[in-house]
Design a protein around this ligand. Structure first.
Ligand SMILES: NC(=O)c1ccc[n+]([C@@H]2O[C@H](COP(=O)([O-])OP(=O)(O)OC[C@H]3O[C@@H](n4cnc5c(N)ncnc54)[C@H](O)[C@@H]3O)[C@@H](O)[C@H]2O)c1
Length: 268
C-alpha cells in the first residue's frame, strides 16, 4: 500500500522541520516546502541522514504568492498523486512594536505570510480534497489567536485571522457534508528561530519575547502533540488549554463590565 502524502510549509526549520520528521516517522511521504533554499536542502539532507528510506520532496515555495503555492500543490500531485495532509505552518513574528509604529513594510509582510500564506494554502489544497472527499488541512496559529500582547499587534491580528479562516472553513465543510477535516494549532512559546532576528535588539517587547523563548517548549514536543491531535481527529490542538480558557475569560470579563476593562497582562 502507498504511504499517505503530507505537505508542510515552512519546513526548513523549527516546528515545520520537527513536524516533517515526525510525519516521516509516522509513515508519511513528506513534501517539505520553504522559501529559503539552503535551509530547505539542509532540512531534507538532515532527515535523510537519520531516516535513509524517507520519501521526501523539497519544493521551494513562497506562501505569499498564490501562484507559488498552486505550483507546490501541482508538483506534489504530479509526483505522488492525492494529498492527504497539508500543514500551513510558515509564519513570522512581524514587527514587535506598538500598533502606531513599526515599519509599515514589516506589517505588510506579517499579513502576507501569516494571513495570505495560510489562505493561499487553503485555496490551493482544499478544492482537491473536497473533490475526493478526504484529507485534513492543519493551520498553525498560536495562543496569540486568543489574546494579543503589547507590541505584538501584527502577530496577534494575523493569528486571530488564521483562527477565523479555519473556523469559517470548518463550518463551510460541515454545510457541504464533506469528510475533509480541519485542525488549528495553538502553541504557547516554542524554542525556534521565530524570534532569532530580534537578538541584539533592545525594546521591552523584544526582550520579553527572547526571555519567554528560553522557557519555551521544544519543537519536537509540539510536533508530537500535533500528530496526536491529528490521529484523534481534533479540531483544536493546543499546548496549554488553560491559557486559552483564561484568554476567553478575560474578554468575557470586558463584556461584563469587569474592572479594569481588560487585564493589562495577557493570560498566564
Ligand atoms: N515559536 C513559537 O513560539 C511559536 C508559537 C506559536 C506558534 N508558532 C507558529 O509556528 C509556525 C512555525 O514557526 P517556528 O516557530 O517554527 O519559526 P521558524 O522561523 O523556525 O520557522 C518558520 C519557517 O517559515 C519559513 N517561511 C517564512 N516565510 C516564508 C514564506 N514566505 N514562504 C514559505 N516559507 C516561509 C521560514 O523560512 C522558516 O523555515 C509559525 O506559523 C509560528 O507563528 C510559533
Amino acid at each position: 500500500m502507498q504511504k499517505p502524502v503530507a505537505v508542510v510549509t515552512g519546513a526548513a526549520s523549527g516546528i515545520g522541520l520537527a513536524l516533517s520528521r515526525a510525519l516521516v516517522d509516522a509513515g508519511y511521504r513528506v513534501a517539505l516546502a520553504d522559501v529559503r533554499v539552503e535551509p530547505l536542502r539542509a532540512a531534507r539532507d538532515g532527515i535523510l541522514k537519520d531516516a535513509p528510506s524517507a520519501e521526501l520532496l523539497d519544493v521551494v515555495s513562497d506562501v505569499t504568492s498564490a501562484e507559488s503555492v498552486v505550483a507546490l500543490a501541482e508538483t506534489v500531485v504530479r509526483e505522488w498523486g492525492a494529498v492527504d495532509l497539508v500543514i500551513n505552518n510558515a509564519g513570522v513574528i512581524g514587527p514587535v512594536s506598538t500598533t502606531w509604529s513599526g515599519p509599515l513594510e514589516q506589517w505588510h509582510l506579517a499579513v502576507d505570510i501569516n494571513f495570505w500564506g495560510v489562505l493561499h494554502g487553503m485555496r490551493a489544497f482544499l478544492p482537491g480534497m473536497i473533490e475526493r472527499d478526504s484529507g485534513r488541512l492543519v493551520n498553525v496559529a498560536s495562543v496569540a489567536a486568543w489574546s494579543s500582547a503589547p507590541q505584538m499587534g501584527s502577530y496577534g491580528a494575523t493569528k486571530h485571522a488564521v483562527m477565523a479562516l479555519t473556523e469559517s472553513a470548518y463550518r463551510e465543510l460541515a454545510e457541504l457534508g464533506s469528510k475533509v477535516a480541519l485542525s488549528v494549532v495553538c502553541p504557547t512559546t516554542v524554542r525556534t528561530g521565530l524570534v532569532t532576528h530580534l537578538e541584539g535588539t533592545e525594546s521591552a517587547g523584544e526582550a520579553k519575547l527572547l526571555a519567554a523563548r528560553e522557557r519555551g517548549l521544544q519543537p519536537e514536543e509540539v510536533a508530537a502533540l500535533v500528530l496526536e491531535g491529528i490521529a484523534a481527529g481534533d479540531y483544536l490542538i493546543t499546548t496549554d488549554r488553560a491559557w486559552l480558557v483564561n484568554a476567553a475569560k478575560q474578554r468575557l470579563g470586558v463584556a461584563e463590565g469587569g474592572e479594569p476593562p481588560l487585564d493589562r497582562e495577557p493570560p498566564r
